[in-house]
Design a protein around this ligand. Structure first.
Ligand SMILES: C[C@@]1(CC(=O)O)C2=NC(=C\c3[nH]c(c(CCC(=O)O)c3CC(=O)O)Cc3[nH]c(c(CC(=O)O)c3CCC(=O)O)/C=C3\N/C(=C\2)[C@@H](CCC(=O)O)[C@]3(C)CC(=O)O)/[C@H]1CCC(=O)O
Ligand SMILES: NC(=O)c1ccc[n+]([C@@H]2O[C@H](COP(=O)([O-])OP(=O)(O)OC[C@H]3O[C@@H](n4cnc5c(N)ncnc54)[C@H](O)[C@@H]3O)[C@@H](O)[C@H]2O)c1
Length: 129
């Protein structure tokens, strides 16, 4: 749900993992290629989650995001980009290298610290350590 700036980042990672992505959002960021996702151009409705296993509540409206996490069933993974306490999983920062894939998490404490550490590890690997 949601097709903005943060949705675009999450979608990029999903497409790299060969996921089949559906976006429900009245607007779509220019960073999301409409040919690579199934875009349903409207606002979220409460029965939209049926059949999906991985759900991102990524609208700019905190109340809609909360509604999405409330509508999710126990067997669905749901991530509220605006409120970590309503998520049942977190994304990790990922370093991809020809020999390694390294995931970095602060378990929700500081996404910007995870990003900084990622960049330091990337720079360290490039130096050829
Ligand atoms: C690692 C990364 C992966 C990814 O997104 O794929 C990721 N966030 C990234 C970046 C980033 N996020 C934010 C900023 C702005 C600066 C800042 O505020 O720090 C930046 C930096 C930027 O954008 O440059 C803001 C922010 N993030 C969350 C909230 C809501 C909240 O905290 O409740 C808010 C709004 C807070 C507010 O508005 O007050 C929540 C989450 N973000 C997480 C992951 C999960 C915990 C990860 C962990 O424990 O380390 C968690 C809990 C849930 C989730 O999203 O899965 C990715 C690294 C990008 C990369 O790899 O380059
Ligand atoms: N988790 C993270 O990594 C992270 C990082 C930075 C910011 N944030 C949080 O993200 C939020 C802002 O996200 P953004 O920058 O992507 O916003 P944005 O304004 O770029 O995008 C919001 C999107 O939601 C859509 N939308 C609005 N109402 C909707 C509805 N009822 N149903 C479906 N779609 C709807 C809009 O059309 C738009 O596409 C803030 O709450 C901020 O705290 C999270």
């Amino acid at each position: 749900m949601g097709g903005g700036r943060i949705a675009a980042r999450k979608i990029q990672a999903l497409l790299e993992a060969n996921a089949k992505v559906t976006v429900i959002s009245p607007s779509l960021s220019r960073k999301i290629d409409p040919k690579k996702v199934h875009w349903i151009s409207r606002e979220y409705l409460s029965n939209d989650l049926t059949g999906y296993s991985l759900i991102f509540a990524a609208t700019g409206d905190l109340l809609v995001n909360r509604q999405v996490t409330e509508d999710a069933q126990d067997n669905q993974w749901v991530n509220d980009i605006s409120n970590k306490y309503d998520s049942n999983f977190f994304n990790v920062a990922v370093v991809r290298h020809e020999d390694y894939v390294i995931g970095i998490s602060t378990t929700g404490k500081s996404p910007s610290a995870a990003k900084k550490l990622k960049e330091r590890i990337q720079a360290w690997l490039v130096k050829g350590n």
